[in-house]
Design a protein around this ligand. Structure first.
Ligand code: HEC
Ligand code: HEC
Length: 324
């Protein structure tokens, strides 16, 4: 009897010591990290636990994160630095400051830029890509590339993508591509979806709602004078539908538990993007017509499909045309 107890206590002590040693050496945390890396979906670093940056660089990263999350406080109509954008925040479309899987995140920005993009027909730097969103999604003017604001955004984008290898695009980065419907997306059906699923936050006229301090939106606008212009990525209904499927209604829908069916996503995208919004002259975009995305709403095209079909679909016939 006695002997058995001693063996048992001895074994328990050994197990305890094993865990204490691995805890002190940090193996237990390493185990966590391994999970994060091998898990197929990207997980953003957290500035609270991260110690890869220090000093001035760390200050820039923190300012950059705040600029993404609360852009309007610095650059909106009541901005403290400049009044050059429409009052939306980058985070309205790049959720959790660009850190959310399937939330149009920044995982693959530092790893893939500079890169050639067909929209401009040029090799684009991170500055050019950020400036594009300021001029289109924020319907405003870009900050200067030498400004502290851009340096901070750059530092943040670099920091958030630190674990992604050059050229890699992790699972869950950007916006999900949904399969095309067999029919055109339908703004009339989309209005139904909007009224029941979106209007409570985004407003009867898509105008959104400011916070009580009126320095930024609690619920950002989906159309109208203060929304993104027709040169923005969300004006393409494939982007809008893929974004909404994984993320809206806000804090309810998720990648594993979407609220809307894919048909509803396409239809609500068609409805929202049929409403009035600021116009951007895009005459110099897509210098090669056959490189325009199928759902780009402005001709001329390298095919005979109408602007309406390019905007709402059906996209399968257009897709077939270009596969020949
Ligand atoms: C209205 C929504 C919206 C807002 C607001 C917005 N963006 Fe974007 N952004 C997009 C969409 C959509 C894309 C992807 C476009 C595409 O794939 O055609 C994108 C792409 C990007 C990319 C490239 C991502 C990649 O992986 O290639 C960067 C960088 C970026 N945005 C930065 C910003 C910054 C910085 C701000 C704020 C100054 C901002 N965006 C505000 C919608 C938005
Ligand atoms: C519970 C409130 C709520 C509901 C309901 C909701 N949203 Fe949102 N939506 C938000 C918030 C909040 C944001 C900005 C998130 C952030 O900044 O972190 C947002 C952002 C967006 C954006 C990107 C920013 C913009 O203004 O363009 C789109 C697009 C969008 N929502 C579409 C929809 C659609 C479509 C529906 C209905 C299917 C919907 N939302 C339902 C709260 C909501």
């Amino acid at each position: 009897m006695k002997k058995q107890y001693i063996i048992l206590i001895g074994a328990a002590a050994l197990v305890l010591i094993y865990f204490m040693v691995s805890f002190i050496r940090g193996d237990i945390f390493k185990m966590d990290n391994t999970l994060a890396v091998t898990d197929s979906t990207w997980i953003a670093p957290s500035i609270y636990t991260d110690n890869t940056v220090s000093g001035e660089e760390r200050k820039l990263v923190i300012y950059g994160q705040d600029l993404i999350a609360h852009t309007a406080k610095y650059l909106g109509p009541k901005g403290s630095v400049a009044q050059i954008t429409n009052g939306m925040n980058c985070q309205n479309c790049h959720l959790q400051a660009g850190g959310k899987a399937w939330g149009n995140n920044y995982a693959a920005v530092f790893s893939t830029y500079p890169k050639f993009r067909d929209r401009s027909g040029q090799v684009e730097s991170i500055y050019k890509r950020v400036a594009d969103c300021m001029e289109r999604s924020l319907n405003g003017t870009a900050v200067d590339s030498n400004s502290r604001e851009f340096k901070a955004i750059y530092a943040y984008i670099k920091w958030i993508g630190q674990d992604v290898q050059k050229g890699q695009k992790p699972h869950g980065s950007g916006i999900e591509k949904l399969a095309y419907l067999d029919r055109a997306a339908d703004p009339v059906k989309g209005k139904q979806v909007y009224t029941t699923q979106c209007m409570s936050c985004h407003g009867a006229n898509g105008e959104g709602q400011l916070t009580p301090e009126e320095t930024e939106y609690a619920y950002p606008p989906l159309w109208g004078a203060n929304s993104y212009n027709d040169g923005a990525g969300l004006y393409r209904i494939s982007n809008f539908a893929g974004y909404v499927k994984n993320n809206m209604p806000f804090a309810i829908a998720s990648h594993n538990n979407p609220t809307l069916t894919e048909e509803e996503c396409w239809d609500v995208a068609a409805y929202v993007n049929s409403q009035p919004r600021p116009h951007k002259n895009q005459g110099n975009d897509w210098p090669k017509y056959d490189k325009k995305p199928l759902d780009f709403a402005f001709g001329p095209y390298a095919d005979d499909f109408s602007e309406t079909q390019h905007k709402y679909g059906p996209f399968k016939p257009i897709q077939k045309f270009y596969k020949k």
